[in-house]
Design a protein around this ligand. Structure first.
Ligand code: NAP
Length: 313
């Protein structure tokens, strides 16, 4: 195995993403050692039992000797956690995150800048509907995109750090791309945030109807509904923070979505089969494009495998 990219990394937030990074960094030799800290006593105890690395009692203990600190907490918690981490990080170390929203996350990290650390926000487009340290697995990032949103106008030292972080995520199996944070948030609003909102909404509507239909919504859920329930089982805290922090882009997508939905509603009402055919045929070509781009499997059973389905919130 070649030399690790970082001698020592620290992960703050030992849930699905944090524990997956810990597992992958160790499994693929991307880090010489891994320290983990989580605010929850219970999560720390569970992480210790899973042998994910050196679980520390304080945030300071985890980050103080790290070459790279990766914040894996909900987006709403990033600002105070970044501030607390930077206070104990060594000069020249990298501070990054995995938050699903990038404009607010970047602002949160940059607001903690003390001029001694190198701040490079990031987001792996890989995940599942599960949470907690037990839910992670080392292959989560294999073949997935990892988006970095580096700051503009920085020096050569910063550029080297961006390259090092790129090498780290590449070693974990990801394909790395850099992007402007606002553009990231517009793209993810339609590819991830709106689909989750629709799933939360359809499950909520069905939940209300469930009492009317006496259990039949769940009984016959294989008709399509069950796939929405999987997405809607995602962590409520994470998704609350995504919507609160990517408000504008999500509302813009939602406006367009509502118009298109109204057009379908009109076509059903007036029996416009041609319009329905045209829209459904177009949708089918997009599914093919997603499979051709390697973003899902064309296998039956919805491409599920033993590691679960990768969504990327
Ligand atoms: P998770 O499994 O719930 O893990 C988050 C962990 O952070 C929890 O153990 C939580 O503890 C802990 N935490 C919360 N506040 C903290 C604080 N102030 N200091 C230290 N630890 C704290 O969530 P996740 O799915 O890994 O998501 C983590 C981040 O990854 C989020 O920013 C999310 O947007 C991003 N992300 C998620 C996905 C996905 O599909 N899940 C994909 C890509 C990126 P408690 O549970 O006790 O609060």
């Amino acid at each position: 195995m070649s030399d690790p990219i970082f001698e020592r990394i620290a992960i703050v937030g030992a849930g699905l993403i944090g524990s997956s990074i810990a597992r992958a960094a160790t499994a693929y030799g991307a880090a010489g050692s891994v320290s983990l800290y989580d605010a929850s006593d219970d999560v720390r105890a569970r992480a210790e039992g899973l042998d994910l690395g050196n679980v520390t009692a304080t945030l300071a203990d985890a980050v103080q000797d790290a070459d790279c600190v990766i914040l894996c907490v909900p987006v709403g918690a990033l600002a105070p956690v970044a501030k607390a981490a930077v206070a104990h990080m060594k000069p020249g170390a990298i501070l990054t995150d995995v938050g699903s929203v990038k404009k607010q996350a970047a602002e949160a990290l940059i607001s903690a800048d003390n001029g001694a650390v190198l701040i490079i926000p990031g987001h792996p487009i890989a995940g599942t509907e599960q949470s907690g340290p037990e839910a992670g697995f080392p292959t989560l990032f294999k073949g997935a995109w990892h988006i970095l949103t580096p700051q503009d106008g920085k020096d050569a030292v910063y550029a080297d750090a961006v390259q090092k972080l790129t090498d780290f995520w590449t070693a974990l199996g990801a394909k790395v791309e850099t992007m402007d944070p606002a553009r990231h948030d517009r793209v993810l609003a339609i590819t991830s945030h709106l689909p989750h909102l629709i799933a939360f909404n359809i499950v909520s509507t069905a939940f209300d109807m469930e009492t009317v239909e006496e259990g039949e919504v769940v009984k016959f859920s294989a008709g399509g509904f069950r796939d929405f329930t999987r997405i809607a089982a995602s962590d409520p805290v994470m998704w609350r923070d995504v919507f609160l922090n990517n408000k504008e882009a999500v509302l813009e997508c939602l406006g367009r979505f509502s118009e298109d939905l109204a057009a379908l509603q009109r076509a059903i009402r007036w029996g416009d089969g041609d319009f329905l055919m045209q829209e459904f045929t177009r949708a089918r070509t997009i599914r093919k494009a997603v499979i051709d781009a390697g973003q899902d499997s064309g296998a039956v059973n919805f491409g599920r495998n033993q590691n679960g389905v990768k969504d990327g919130g």
